[in-house]
Ligand binder design. Sequence first.
Ligand code: DC
Length: 672
Amino acid sequence: MYAIPFLDIPPLLHAGGTVRLPGSKSISNRVLLLAGLSEGTTTIHDLLDSDDTQVMLTALRTLGCGIESVAGSLRITGLGGRLQGKEAALFLGNAGTAMRPLTAALAMLAATQGGTFELSGVPRMHERPIADLVDALRPLGCRIDYLGQTGYPPLRLLPGSGALDLSAPIRVRGDVSSQFLTAMLLALPLLTEHQEAVIDIDGELISKPYIEITLNLLARFGISVQRDGWQRFVVPAGSRYRSPGSIHVEGDASSASYFIALGAIASTDSPLRIEGVGTDSIQGDIRFVEAAQAMGAQVTGGAGWIEVRRGRWPLAAIDLDCNHIPDAAMTLAVMALYADGPSRLTNIASWRVKETDRIAAMAIELRKLGATVVEGPDFIEITPPLRWTPAVIHTYDDHRVAMCFSLAAYNALAEPTPANPVAVRILDPKCVGKTFPDYFETLFSVAGTKPEWIPVITVDGPTASGKGTVASALSDRLGYHVLDSGVLYRATALAAIRSGVQADDASGLAALAEALDLGFDSGKIRLGGADVTALLRDEEVGALASRISALPEVRQALLRLQFSFRRLPGLVADGRVMGTVVFPDADLKIYLTASAEARAQRRQQQLEAAGVSTTLAGLLAGLRERDARDQNRVIAPLKPAADAVLLDNSALTIESTVDAVKDLWEQRRPFA
Ligand code: DC
């Protein structure tokens, strides 16, 4: 996998259809920890597969939990409260939902059973405070050392006296991050078999809905915490983890916020449907729905689904205390760009200690788009742009910054003459992997724009110039779709052979081409549902493809199918006449050449690797003959578009050819 340095999103215009959301990060990591501490096996369905859950899984595996993937679900065999190994070093990335609860659980296990554990993360994790949790654990008898700066990870957890003291209430600060309380609540049942544990909250507890998720999931694992308002929590004596056997993770409500916003901004004819999380969700961020409604969204929903469409437009400005929806509130900050006046989001001090300082980050990036932003220690105020400016959005390794700024691409709805074919450039778009690895694919499956705004790169050239390999590698590197147009001619040929349509029956062949039922999934090509990847490479199929590709009726019939490959975020199209007939408006046209000798040598290497022996002279003669035929044919002759860039790669490897094309592409883009 290549890192993709940036993703350009053209001005978007509408949205519609259905999205299915990945599992909730908050639920996934809590369930993983609870399953890992329980006795016996828990089957987890619809677990989120992302960076943050991977670090938790790796940590559990290191600690000796059994982890098995069965038919798309995960089976975790827990420790049953007994340490398997006495030493481990755990790397927890930037996952607060792994660092905090593992610190609490392992500090208690290390102290009572004797063990030494080191917990570390990425540099940003070492800037995220943890002192309040350490200060809650130490009075029990837990021994915790700071390995770097006092008050921050990395930490070393050390053996204690064997028993921990629960006689006095444990004091936990509630006003910096609710994750400290969550961590204590998740871990305390390790100690409560014979005695109760009492937690008193210092300060006003923030992000209460996250505590509700914690209590809800603890109940699923047999622990019923008693609470007195939000001030005191009691884990009763006799509490111990009991696996529910199997558990389902609901879709992520914070992730839903981007699509709820999308519906409110861009879904006009029919609603945008969200599946996997519904109005019955146990996640606090589901209350983002109310905030979106206050801005004008029309929302309906039920168990496991939500439908949203645009109501008011422009959206209504809001002044909202966002303490109950800290993560989803970032989405409101981008919705505020489309509002009828200044919006104010308050009580969001916790933004400053998240993946990045989110108040500062949002202010800087919103200003780039033309908004006027005032920030304070715990609030942000956004006045929509008078004139929108296309912008390069820095994402600070923060998945939510990347996801919510993609919604700024709807600038054309607020300002109908987009100044630029790129509305926003999102830097390091893969940072969404923290919670929603397929975010952009999901967005583009429901977002629409004018086809002519979707970038296209065409790659053409003589046979064996490497154009197919280059096109495919380039599409990987840019995160674009790829069209190997030769496959369409080959598939038409295969369909003709199968149905007995003759090679000179132009209208019969055109009808076949028009109705091709082609599918592409994970490197396989399907015709009518069946895998034909290998069959399409057949000699006979290739020969017929070559013949029928000379029929204007067939070429015409395949045009619409080829246009349909022009999908967000962009297309690399390979083959004859891509840059002249099919995509004459392509943003970059590459004509790849190489000397006949170089191409013959490459072909020989390919054939030899496949166990076929040939002579160079024979191959060379064959290539020259094919070149002449391709260049001189009347229909769709092989020739570069007038505005194509000629790239002779005789002396280049495929890798360096791809690099060269990618450089050309980046130079041509706006913001270069
Ligand atoms: O690139 P290929 O060998 O898979 O292509 C199969 C045939 O289709 C080949 O004879 C060239 C022809 N073709 C075409 O005429 N126009 C295209 N855009 C792509 C392929």
